[in-house]
Design a protein around this ligand. Sequence first.
Ligand code: FES
Length: 108
Amino acid sequence: MGKPLKHVLVCTQTRPPDHPRGSCAAKGGMDVLQEFMRHFEQKQLWGRFAVTGCGCLGACGNGPSVLVYPEGVMYGGLDKDGVAAIVEEHLLGDKPVERLKVPAEVWG
Ligand code: FES
């Protein structure tokens, strides 16, 4: 396997329901991961790009969180439309999606 051009990390962290930080799993992190995988299959992105489910990325309050390297761009509050935008604009277009980034005070 060659080194991917970009690597998408999707937080699927779980926590107890009463935990003060909440969790991306409770906010749909697994759905976001599945949606990235659906796009990867449909557009045959495997090999050029990589997507990996992971534990907490630190931006829990803005979840579900996604971090894209090598740029180190943190996205938050993603849904299906957000995933589609990241795939089209950031992965394929090489231009981070400014409107979906978490605030600079969270990750900047
Ligand atoms: S639980 Fe997802 S960023 Fe912390």
